[in-house]
Design a protein around this ligand. Structure first.
Ligand SMILES: C[S@@+](CC[C@H](N)C(=O)[O-])C[C@H]1O[C@@H](n2cnc3c(N)ncnc32)[C@H](O)[C@@H]1O
Length: 321
């Protein structure tokens, strides 16, 4: 038997663990960021629609559009059909591999691809395939893992890879993971006690103030935060997606700029990590900052924002020159 390709491994993974696969409630949060670009009637494709919660949410919110969803996991598509039906929306689901030219003889006005491209065998080819199916001037909405935000998770996965063969035994990998979480909690508790013993009254007041402020922080990560509680007795779909995935990579905004331009796409807006926030720019930099193009401004925002999350952008297809 030949070794499976990366695409085959990913397909197998999502056939066994359809994602996100919770309930039939439609998800509307991601699309609420970009629906302002979708006012004109047209065709809308959710590429890598998974279990269909996001495309169903979009169909609920934008009834003037015609919805399509593709994925290469039949198990996910079967759930997606049920989620759309439960919400009484019409989405035409079809099996397709994003690594190949898409099976449509028409173009889309809008494409959304959230949490998918970073899992492809060759993401640049996948994005080009999507761009080829987008009308000139059409919009594409993309979310990929952020480099800094996911750094620790990737380190944890590397440690688990050193101890166990990925994909062999998910329950054993989960046990190893929980042992690390328990141990790190214990170490943190120990160092917290030592820190508390050294605190002055001023430290306590400042600490409480920053904690209260921290609660108001909207982290912009609309899709998933990987560092959850993970208290479930068995690995959940979400844990598997984050800690047992056969293929994933991250992007910073410099890489995102190259990714988009390589597929003939122009950045229109950054919603999360690269979101414009003029308060972060030192006043003395404002003039120079305003002269940067949007891609470089997004990268600057990423570097200025220590609590950055992941690239989540709207882009538009440029006319061929
Ligand atoms: C993390 S899930 C995201 C699902 C959905 N976009 C969401 O945000 O809830 C990634 C999805 O991409 C699909 N996928 C990954 N590689 C693919 C490929 N080459 N072709 C088609 N679908 C793919 C998987 O089957 C899976 O359903």
């Amino acid at each position: 038997m030949p070794e499976p390709t990366i695409s085959e491994e990913v397909q197998q993974f999502y056939s066994e663990n359809p994602y996100p696969h919770y309930g039939t409630a439609a998800k509307t949060k991601a699309a609420s960021s970009y629906m302002k670009y979708c006012e004109k009637p047209g065709k809308y494709l959710e590429a890598g629609c998974g279990t269909g919660h996001v495309v169903t949410g979009s169909a609920v919110m934008m009834p003037h559009l015609e919805f399509y969803g593709i994925d290469f996991s039949d198990a996910s598509l079967a759930i997606a059909q049920k989620v759309a039906a439960a919400n009484k929306v019409d989405v035409q689901f079809q099996r397709a591999n994003l690594m190949e030219p898409l099976p449509f003889d028409f173009e889309f006005d809008y494409i959304s691809c959230l949490g998918v491209l970073h899992h492809l065998e060759v993401p640049d080819q996948g994005l080009k395939n999507l761009a080829n199916q987008l009308a000139i001037g059409g919009y594409i909405f993309i979310h990929v893992y952020g480099e800094e935000y996911h750094r620790r998770r990737f380190q944890i996965n590397e440690m688990l890879d050193l101890l166990s063969e990925k994909g062999e035994d998910h329950e054993e990998r989960y046990r190893l993971f929980k042992a690390l979480v328990r141990h790190e909690r214990k170490l943190k508790r120990g160092s917290l006690l030592r820190q508390l013993a050294r605190l002055s009254l001023r430290d306590v007041i400042l600490g409480i103030r920053s904690r209260v402020k921290g609660r108001n922080f909207e982290d912009g990560e609309t899709l998933q935060a990987w560092n959850g509680e993970w208290d479930d007795p068995k690995p959940t779909e979400r844990w598997l997606d984050q800690f047992a995935h056969p293929q994933e990579r991250t992007y910073n905004h410099t890489e995102m700029n190259k990714f988009l331009s390589g597929a003939g796409l122009e950045l229109v807006e950054s919603f999360a990590l690269g979101r414009q926030d003029s308060r972060l720019v030192p006043p003395e930099w404002a003039g120079l900052y305003s002269e940067l193009d949007l891609g470089r401004q997004s990268r600057m925002m990423e570097l200025l924002n220590p609590r950055g999350t992941s690239p989540f952008v709207a882009a538009r297809k440029l006319p061929v020159t």
